[in-house]
Design a protein around this ligand. Structure first.
Ligand SMILES: [Zn+2]
Length: 202
């Protein structure tokens, strides 16, 4: 699925299973970091621009879904992130859960344009070649199913933000998050026919 869906979906889970901002960020990161193995794309595009050639996407193809989309990556990411957590055991477990949720979502919806462009989960990589999992019914990355999931998690995250007083924007900037939630609450109150209020939500 798209990085945006992974981000918002992981934040949603983190918001439910943690009770403080730091652990929420740590667990959310565990659901995004698997796609860090796709950053070879930046090197591919930069190299192509420098040499004035068409990008070959060599690094992207070579490492994406291989470095950080298996159990070794899950252990490494959860282990590293746990150092930054408050409730370490709980956060370590939840990091493993959202990491695997990311893998499951990729298994469901990471296909390329043609039905043959299935993108498998190589669960033992980069240490072992097996097991390799794929699903023949895998949705297109830009398919309606993925777009529907993205809209659902986005709407749920806005609902939770109005209730809780913080949103996924907190991972980018705390002040921006406050402004964002304030605007959301005003919209919410207006749509409910209530006068906007400034304090915490009910
Ligand atoms: Zn991924």
């Amino acid at each position: 699925m798209s990085p945006v869906t992974h981000f918002i979906g992981s934040w949603l889970v983190a918001s439910v299973v943690t009770d403080n901002p730091r652990d929420r960020k740590v667990v959310t990161l565990a659901g995004i970091l698997p796609d860090a193995d796709g950053l070879g794309l930046v090197a591919d595009v930069a190299g192509a621009l420098i040499h004035g050639q068409e990008p070959t996407f060599q690094y992207y193809q070579q490492y994406h879904h291989l470095l950080l989309h298996g159990w070794p990556g899950a252990v490494a990411v959860a282990g590293l992130l746990t150092f930054f957590a408050r409730q370490r055991i709980r956060v370590a477990l939840m990091c493993l859960v959202v990491f695997h949720l990311h893998l499951l979502c990729d298994l469901l919806g990471s296909r390329g344009p043609s039905p043959a462009d299935l993108w498998p989960i190589c669960y033992g990589e980069p240490l072992f070649r097996h097991p390799i999992w794929f699903w023949k019914g895998q949705w297109r990355l830009d398919g309606w199913q993925n777009q529907t999931v993205c809209v659902v998690v986005f709407v749920l995250s806005l609902w939770l933000a109005v209730r809780r007083g913080y949103s996924f924007v907190e991972l980018l900037n705390h002040r921006l998050d406050k402004v964002f939630v304030e605007v959301l609450r005003k919209w919410h109150d207006r749509s409910c026919g209530r006068r906007p209020k400034v304090g915490p939500a009910d």
